[in-house]
Design a protein around this ligand. Structure first.
Ligand code: G4P
Ligand code: NA
Ligand code: NA
Length: 190
């Protein structure tokens, strides 16, 4: 997505050799008009699929998924919870996700009410790095007996192993922008 590449070059900031900060429009401040363009593009990529629900993970995926839903006929958006919550139902699907960034494993949960057998689920998220969050979401979909239609990602870090991991599990992956490298302050797209 040309527009996203331009946006990254204009508003993104690089940290070290492997982190792209996009707080300006995606991870802290939200550019709604721009998120809407990304939503349109996700719909375009998955236009031939029947989608019953969008699944994402808190926090940053929620905004992307919510706006994208409006291009998929306002299907419900379910976000998996990472943060312990007293109010979460007792009956949950749960999986463990290892975060390289944080160097630890965390638990991800969705109430059994909100993922059901036979539903066609599209997973959306902001970043794909090592793919562990996406695989965790696939595990929740599998536990529910639902059907994972594919994974849509705003920004894929092509120099990390996420794509390989997802494709090895037969998952359809659509990324709106793929970073080949961010070395010495220079961003290269695939
Ligand atoms: P993985 O799921 O692909 O294996 O990713 P990893 O554990 O490495 O990443 C952990 C968190 O860091 C995720 O957000 C991910 O979106 C984010 N992340 C990874 N690389 C980058 C990057 O270059 N730039 C930015 N801005 N974020 C990156 P999270 O902890 O789930 O947080 P949230 O933003 O959803 O709250
Ligand atoms: Na995320
Ligand atoms: Na994130």
């Amino acid at each position: 997505m040309e527009l996203l590449q331009e946006k990254i070059l204009k508003d993104g900031r690089i940290e070290g050799n492997d982190i792209l900060k996009v707080d300006n429009f995606l991870n802290h401040q939200l550019d709604i008009a721009f998120l809407n363009e990304m939503g349109k593009e996700f719909k375009n990529r998955f236009k031939d699929e029947k989608i019953d629900k969008i699944l994402t993970i808190e926090a940053s995926g929620i905004a992307i998924a919510s706006i994208a839903s409006q291009h998929f006929g306002n299907v419900p958006v379910v976000f998996a919870k990472k943060v312990e919550s007293k109010n979460l139902d007792k009956e949950v699907y749960e999986t463990k996700v290892y975060s390289f960034t944080k160097g630890k494993e965390y638990s991800v949960k969705v109430s059994k009410r909100y993922l059901n057998e036979g539903e066609n689920i599209l997973v959306l998220d902001d970043f794909l790095a090592n793919g562990r969050a996406a695989i965790g979401l696939k595990d929740l979909v599998d536990q529910a007996g639902a059907n994972l239609v594919g994974v849509g990602i705003a920004i894929e870090k092509g120099f990390q192993e996420g794509r390989e991991l997802l494709l090895s599990k037969g998952i359809r992956l659509e990324s709106l922008a793929i970073l080949d490298s961010i070395e010495n302050g220079v961003i290269k797209f695939r």
